[in-house]
Unconditional design. Structure first.
Length: 95
């Protein structure tokens, strides 16, 4: 006999961030399940030249360099793109 039944529902939100060729600034209100910067940019990495954080750490796919590591909540980033593309970030909302 089941005395209690719990249902836990989660929502997945998606933010589409347009990134133009050249330098852009971006941030997100999404907390991705895997917040490694290389994973977040994996679908558009062919167009990414470099991503920089405020501490000067970089994600530089051409050289397989990722000194940023994980995305920091409530932080902004600079990205230099070779071509226009859209970064899609999915996960839960940052409270």
């Amino acid at each position: 006999m089941i005395s209690r039944l719990y249902l836990i529902a989660t929502s997945i939100f998606v933010q589409e961030i347009s990134l133009d060729a050249g330098w852009s600034l971006w941030s997100t209100y999404i907390n991705p399940e895997d917040n490694n910067i290389a994973t977040i940019f994996s679908t558009i990495s062919d167009d990414v030249i470099m991503v920089k954080n405020s501490e000067g750490n970089v994600y530089w796919p051409q050289f397989e360099l990722n000194s940023i590591g994980d995305l920091a909540q409530a932080s902004g980033y600079q990205v230099k793109m070779d071509n226009n593309n859209t970064l899609s970030v999915s996960g839960s909302l940052i409270p």
